[in-house]
Design a protein around this ligand. Structure first.
Ligand code: ADP
Length: 548
């Protein structure tokens, strides 16, 4: 025995007691020697394996990996090499190993064997694989725009990473109570493609008491199903076509959406595979991820639809508002002309024939004149009201203090006749239609003077600077209003008093509301009968013209 070689005894001891698997393979790839650890790893006895090619227990996708290495080593290119490969365990499961191979030469330096140290890394691989799938699916679902776009990619990632040849999603049609396939993926092999075609054209119907092989069982139990060997699964309707395509195992799991059964994801693979809880664990996670994604997309779609409906309604409303405004404008404008005729001809009759009228006729003529005058006022008010929408000016920075002063100038007669006092805090510059702002203050202050109580009227205007708005108030010490009328007073021609008590047509506050609306604000009143009133209105600081 030469110094350079280990004694047979030492070699044996190391070989047998090593915590890692050791194989010795001849140059044709046949197993010459294996230790117990290796046998345990792959589930065979030494007798099962000795003399047989290593390729018999190698995963088909890794056939070339070992032969390639052996070639390199025996041709002297390298002395040793390391790589990962898959063995198929006796029970059909896949064993991932890390292998370090060295060449053993005889005394003449001729290569004789390849000795490999084999370490089981399946556990690590499983963890890596799981992380990879979950990570890839998370990224994919975060970016995907639609379910139809995302699912085929999810199926592909799962199939490729877990080693499956075909996958599909099935969705429950809740009305017809059937499952039908929506998206699918398969490897580019004619036989598998044919299976995919046959499979996805199926419709699974509910069969109480006979849950079927795969999808229908998942549907009936809302739990994952594992088919280790398709051949042994007589309940599987697609057994024959799967076998024809070389597909020998399958699994499927439910997709829950909002806690309800929504559909199934299924996969078919080429090898017989014992139930693998780790794969089912991944399936459960992916099922939930996909379910959440679907729920999110459904919520988004519902929101979008509601939004679209709302936008359509808003457009419709603004169209009919504009039409109404136009109608009110045209009607009131055109009514003025015949009214003017009535008024002037009545006056003419009075002038020419007045002295021939008896008492009754005179009184009747007075009613006609009074009616025509009132109608004129109403029509003018209506016209003013419709002009708020149709004749508004663009918003510009406007000194609201100056607007109050203009309103007061217009109200001089009323202030003098009531001896009223009008005071105001310093007021800001706001974004508004100046003419309409004057109109707004004029109507509010005018009312405050008009609806005065026993005391001399005192009106005070102030403003609050709020985050998004200016909130103005016009406060008086007048007769006040009962809360039950708060809404009514802002409507066109709605008044609470007779014309003899307080003159007016009931349009003033309707105009105020329209002006405030157009500026994007809100108007309301705080009052109680006999206690004075405070009118509040806001003007947004952004000052968008909501009508234009
Ligand atoms: P008008 O002043 O022509 O009656 P408005 O639309 O301006 O029409 O007002 C509607 C009604 O609201 C009034 O008839 C009155 O009853 C009530 N009102 C308005 N302003 C005040 C106020 N400052 N104090 C008490 N009541 C008021």
């Amino acid at each position: 025995m030469t110094k350079t070689r280990l004694s047979e005894e030492i070699y044996r001891a190391m070989f047998e007691n090593a915590g890692v698997g050791i194989t010795r393979v001849d140059l044709k790839g046949a197993l010459v020697d294996i230790n117990q650890t290796f046998c345990d790893m792959v589930g065979y006895t030494r007798d099962d394996l000795l003399g047989r090619p290593l390729s018999e227990i190698t995963h088909p996708d890794d056939y070339n990996e070992g032969a390639g290495f052996r070639n390199q080593l025996t041709h002297g290119a390298k002395k040793s090499a390391t790589g990962e490969k898959r063995f198929i365990h006796k029970d059909g499961s896949i064993i991932w190993v890390q292998r370090t191979m060295s060449i053993v030469n005889d005394d003449e330096g001729e290569p004789q064997y390849v000795i490999s140290i084999v370490e089981n890394i399946s556990q690590r691989k499983q963890v890596e694989r799981r992380q990879m799938i979950e990570h890839a699916v998370t990224l994919l679902l975060a970016d995907a725009r639609s379910i139809a776009e995302a699912i085929p990619r999810v199926i592909q990632i799962m199939s490729e990473t877990l080693g499956y040849a075909y996958g599909a999603r099935w969705v429950l049609d809740p009305t017809d109570r059937v499952l039908h396939s929506t998206e699918s993926w398969c490897t580019a092999e004619p036989a598998v493609e044919e299976f995919r075609r046959k499979s996805t054209s199926r419709i699974e119907t509910e069969t109480p008491g006979k849950p079927g092989g795969l999808n229908r069982t998942v549907w009936a139990t809302a739990a994952p199903v594992w088919i280790a060997d398709v051949e042994k699964e007589s309940a599987l309707k697609r057994r024959e076509s799967a076998q024809q395509a070389g597909l020998r195992s399958a699994f499927a799991f439910p997709i829950p959406v909002g806690g309800e059964f929504y559909g199934v994801m299924e996969f078919f693979g080429r090898e017989v595979r014992p139930r693998d809880e780790r794969i089912l664990e991944i399936a459960r996670t992916v099922g939930h991820q996909v379910g959440q994604f679907i729920a999110r997309k459904q919520a988004e779609a519902a929101l979008q639809e509601a939004n679209d409906q709302l936008t359509a309604k808003a457009q419709q409303l603004s169209r009919s508002n504009a039409e109404l405004e136009q109608f009110a404008y045209v009607a009131s404008h055109d009514l003025q002309e015949p009214l003017r005729m009535i008024a002037s001809y009545t006056q003419l009759i009075l002038r020419r024939y007045g002295d021939r009228f008896d008492g009754d006729a005179k009184e009747f003529m007075d009613f006609i004149v009074d009616g025509a005058t009132r109608m004129k006022q109403l029509i003018e008010d209506l016209l003013a009201y419709s002009r708020v929408g149709t004749h508004g000016k663009a918003f510009r920075p406007t000194d609201s203090g100056a607007a109050v002063q203009k309103a007061l100038a217009n109200l001089r007669a009323a202030i003098e006749s009531t001896a009223g006092k009008v005071t105001a805090d310093p007021l800001p510059t706001i974004n508004a239609d100046e003419f309409q702002l004057v109109q707004l203050f004029q109507n509010l202050i005018g009312n405050a003077l008009k609806f005065k109580g026993a005391q001399t009227p005192h009106v005070h205007i102030s403003v609050k600077d709020e985050a998004d708005n200016w909130t103005f108030s016009v406060k008086d010490n007048g007769i006040g209003i009962d809360a039950e009328y708060f809404d009514r007073i802002f409507m066109v021609f709605q008044r609470l008093h007779s014309r003899t008590d307080y003159p007016g047509t009931g349009i003033g506050l309707a105009i105020c509301k329209k002006v405030v609306d157009r500026h994007g604000g809100r108007i309301w009143i705080e009052s109680s009968a006999g206690m004075g009133s405070t009118f509040w209105f806001t003007v947004p600081k952004k000052g968008e013209d909501v009508h234009d």
